[in-house]
Design a protein around this ligand. Structure first.
Ligand SMILES: [Zn+2]
Length: 75
């Protein structure tokens, strides 16, 4: 699925969303503050240094990967 990861420019929250088109991407709202001002994060391989301010607590249940910045496991 076309899941993309975004970082809110307003509050810094990182969130994921299903994006099917550029319009969808631009319309995505931050789940924390509702802002549509966000930066797109590229694959988890390039998210080093991202603050882990995800809203969801606990394990990573929204990604299908074994290892991601949310899980933070392995290493
Ligand atoms: Zn926000």
């Amino acid at each position: 699925m076309p899941i993309r990861e975004f970082c809110c420019n307003g509050c810094g929250v990182v969130f994921e969303a299903l994006v099917f088109s550029a319009d969808d991407e631009a319309a995505e709202q931050c789940p924390a503050c509702g802002s549509t001002d966000h930066s797109r994060l590229y694959s988890v391989f390039g998210v080093a240094g991202t603050d882990k301010k995800l809203l969801s607590s606990g394990s990573c249940g929204s990604c299908a990967s074994h290892s991601c910045s949310t899980c933070g496991s392995g290493g």
